[in-house]
Design a protein around this ligand. Structure first.
Ligand SMILES: [Zn+2]
Length: 103
């Protein structure tokens, strides 16, 4: 899960800073943080990029696993688990990199 730049604990100190993306003066965000709207936009774009990256790398892996593993039940289950794990891990890494890249 990505860290949320606007958490309720941070809003208690009463300080306001400029949003790093749109420049709006926003209470409760750290220096260099994003306002709520910009954080949602960046999270949505990062998620979209992560899904494309994950699908782009998982599809060749699934084809490779299908063609190379033997056609037994254990091999198919193991291959499917590896492909799902690859998708999840790749999507999480890509989402984090995209988040850092977009902010
Ligand atoms: Zn903003």
């Amino acid at each position: 899960m990505l860290p949320r730049p606007t958490s309720p604990a941070r809003s208690l100190d009463g300080s306001s800073h400029l949003c790093a993306r749109c420049g709006a003066l926003t209470p409760g965000i750290p220096v260099g943080g994003l306002c709520r709207e910009c954080a949602q936009i960046v999270a949505r774009r990062a998620g979209r990029i992560a899904r494309w990256v994950a699908m782009g790398t998982t599809t060749p892996l699934a084809v490779y696993v299908t063609l190379t593993l033997p056609a037994t039940a254990h091999a198919r289950i193991l291959g499917a688990a590896a492909v799902v794990a690859w998708y999840v891990i790749t999507a999480r890494i890509a989402r984090r990199i995209a988040w850092e890249w977009l902010t």
